[in-house]
Design a binder for this molecule. Structure first.
Ligand code: OGA
Ligand code: MN
Length: 197
């Protein structure tokens, strides 16, 4: 189903390389995704990708993740949005995206993610990043902001992880970090890729 965010996202990616959209989807979709995220049974500690292996690194990231599999109506609704976004990005920006992967992420109190790039160096893979936040009643004192930098490591923007905020950026251009969260923080991080492993 056509969504009016598609042209906005495309224009912003061309002009600035990133966009922050508040009130991106319906309240009901956001709440339903939050309920899924709050089912804590299936989370695993997230790894850091090394040259040839994935290992846990407590000092760099502390979040716990759960991959979306599209098995529920709610996940399906979110993935329908990203599927069509992928088509628009390919049609209008010729990005040749072939695949989208996404996971729920939970940051417990004190959790953070050090500054990093989502694209792995020297292999063209993650091209466009999406981060969608699910946290109701999030205040300044709760921390957990996403801080985005540019290619020269100059500050670009700071985003509060408030419910129904969607951030989209070019994976290869923007180093970013998650500041320590002061309470449980839920999000869905996703990536459009040009390969499928
Ligand atoms: C990531 C990431 C940002 C966020 O998972 O790679 O940078 O705000 N997440 O959750
Ligand atoms: Mn990231």
């Amino acid at each position: 189903m056509y969504n009016k965010l598609y042209p906005k996202i495309i224009d912003a990616l061309v002009k600035d390389g990133y966009i922050v959209l508040e009130d991106a989807f319906s309240e009901s979709l956001c709440s339903a995704l939050l309920s899924m995220a709050q089912d804590e049974s299936a989370y695993k500690r997230a790894g850091i990708s090394g040259a040839d292996k994935v290992h846990l690194d407590n000092n760099r990231r502390r979040d716990k993740i759960r991959w979306l599999e599209g098995g529920t109506k709610v996940e399906g609704e979110f993935l329908a949005f990203t599927k069509e976004l992928q088509e628009h990005l390919n049609r209008e920006l010729f990005l040749g995206l072939s695949y989208y992967e996404a996971h729920f992420a939970r940051y417990d109190e004190g959790d953070f993610y050090e500054k990093h790039l989502d694209a792995f160096k020297n292999s063209k893979n993650r091209v466009v990043t999406t981060v969608y936040y699910l946290n109701k009643h999030w205040g300044k004192e709760d921390g957990g902001e996403l801080v985005v930098y540019d290619e020269n490591d100059t500050f670009v923007t700071k985003v509060s992880p408030k419910a129904n905020t969607l951030v989209v950026f070019l994976s290869e251009k923007f180093p970013h970090e998650v500041l320590a969260s002061r309470k449980k923080r839920y999000s869905i991080a996703g990536w459009f890729r040009v390969d499928k492993f």
